[in-house]
Design a protein around this ligand. Structure first.
Ligand code: F6P
Ligand code: MG
Length: 448
């Protein structure tokens, strides 16, 4: 039940796998160690400091293993629900495998699981998130785009007075296109690629205006926006799931989109799926979710903001918290999302999750890593149709409609004309990792 194309691996020098395993992951781990040392220096209790030093020692061992291409050992039992999934897979397929010769996707996920283990087996620091500071800091430097959206969408959505049915439909369609793109391009600010961003870099990545979005639509190389609209516009009070990617600004954009989907009557229930612990640097955990909603309402993140700006953010934040209280928005965190499996294995390895998703009217997968997992992260032809690329998640009985909203930040590309991919390979060699291009792809699923 695997695709016929080879998976990317760390020793493939032609691929981003090589750069990631050899350079990016050690840099990311180095920054994580620096963060932990900062926390250590803020402590006063001896037992806690000794315990934290144990975590730092384990991170150094991980760094050594990573830099010396060690074999992948089993994960230590820290009581997490994903342990059996990890260790079964490691014993079955990766007993003699190393960081560089196992599939890139698995090895990279394994590194983040080992990083979690550095803390999860400690006495006091089991839930410590080495990336939390970075995530909060980037959001608090995203003020321009945050307020652009909050001021525009704070007031509940309404149609122009006297609008005809046709005009209402048109207005809905336009907003759908705009907000789907806001949600899509929110994925450009992923921290694993953007180490040391300046305020200007952040601003450039986060422009949300209509004109800007019209210009960027041409960068959506595989574009099923119209098909997606057809599906969504036929829903009334449906259920939509977001398999989330990054915390902070991207999550904020996802919530702006989800808010509109509820207000427009398209969805009455939104499920957000996050990670149980720090994952690929900036992915959303429950703490990030709570932090965003509570900071919007009670925080003071943006010095220099006007009273109107702050008020708009509070208003939206209150509404979102209310959705959560009423059960219209549900935050979930299944252990499967933090494993090395691709989503070709959901129904086998996490049948409960597959069943749960199969009850949804649309599952939106955000971002690059989710796209890699959907498509098995292998060397597919770029014009492979999306529904074929995601295998069982499209073809199995009960498969829900699945959409991928992804800015392209790694090698695998599907749903894009061969001529386009070949031209870009020639003219713009870094296009597969720059995040400048994107895809919005849909599979109809097999619910009936
Ligand atoms: O390390 C590479 C990677 O896994 C790529 O998938 C992507 O460049 C990044 O990390 C994660 O991106 P995203 O946050 O969009 O999943
Ligand atoms: Mg991410």
């Amino acid at each position: 039940n695997n695709p016929p194309w080879p998976a990317y691996r760390g020793y493939h020098e032609f691929s981003f796998a090589h750069e990631t395993m050899g350079k990016r992951l050690p840099t990311i781990l180095g920054k994580a160690i620096d963060d932990t040392i900062k926390t250590l220096n803020e402590q006063s209790e001896e037992e806690m400091m000794v315990d934290l030093n144990g975590c730092i020692d384990r991170m150094h061992v991980l760094m050594h293993d990573l830099q010396n291409n060690a074999k992948l050992r089993p994960i230590k039992d820290d009581g997490e629900g994903d342990i059996p999934l990890w260790n079964r897979e490691l014993a079955k397929f990766f007993r003699e495998s190393t960081f560089l010769n196992s599939p890139w996707l698995f090895a990279e996920a394994y590194k983040y699981r080992r990083l979690h283990e550095c803390f999860s087996i400690s006495k006091y620091w089991s839930t410590y998130d080495v990336f939390f500071r970075q995530k909060c800091d980037t959001f608090s430097r995203s003020n321009t785009a945050v307020f652009e959206l909050s001021q525009r969408f704070a007031e509940p959505f309404h149609y122009e007075a006297n609008a005809s049915e046709d005009e209402k439909l048109k207005a809905r369609e336009l907003l759908f296109h705009e907000l789907t793109q806001v949600c899509l391009w929110g994925n450009a600010t992923d921290l694993s690629l953007l180490i040391n961003m300046t305020e200007d870099d952040i601003k450039n990545l986060q422009s949300t205006g209509g004109e800007h979005l019209a210009a960027t639509e041409k960068n959506i190389l595989g574009n099923h926006l119209d098909r997606l609209w057809k599906l969504v516009s036929n829903m009334k009070g449906g259920r939509i799931d977001f398999v989330l990617d990054n915390a902070g600004f991207e999550l904020y954009c996802d919530c702006v989109y989800a808010d509109w989907l509820v207000q427009s009557g398209i969805a009455s229930e939104i499920h957000f799926h996050g990670k149980r612990f720090a994952w690929f640097v900036s992915d959303v955990t429950r703490k990030d979710w709570n932090w965003l909603l509570n900071s919007m309402v009670h925080g003071s993140l943006f010095s220099g903001a006007t009273d109107d700006q702050i008020a708009s953010l509070r208003q939206i934040g209150h509404r979102w918290k209310q959705y959560e209280k009423e059960g219209k928005w549900v935050y979930e965190q299944h252990p499967f999302w933090c494993t090395g499996y691709t989503f070709w294995s959901i129904s086998n390895e996490a049948p409960d999750l597959f069943l749960h998703l199969s009850e949804s009217d649309l599952v939106i997968f955000k971002g690059d890593l989710n796209h890699r997992k959907l498509t098995y992260d292998c060397q597919t032809p770029s014009d492979l149709p999306f529904n074929m690329a995601i295998g069982p998640l499209a073809s199995e009985d009960g498969a829900p409609p699945v959409a991928s909203l992804r800015t392209i930040k790694s090698d695998v590309v599907v749903g894009v004309d061969n001529e386009v991919a070949e031209r870009l390979d020639k003219e713009e060699p870094g296009w597969r990792i720059s995040g400048k291009y994107a895809v919005v792809l849909l599979s109809d699923g097999r619910k009936d």
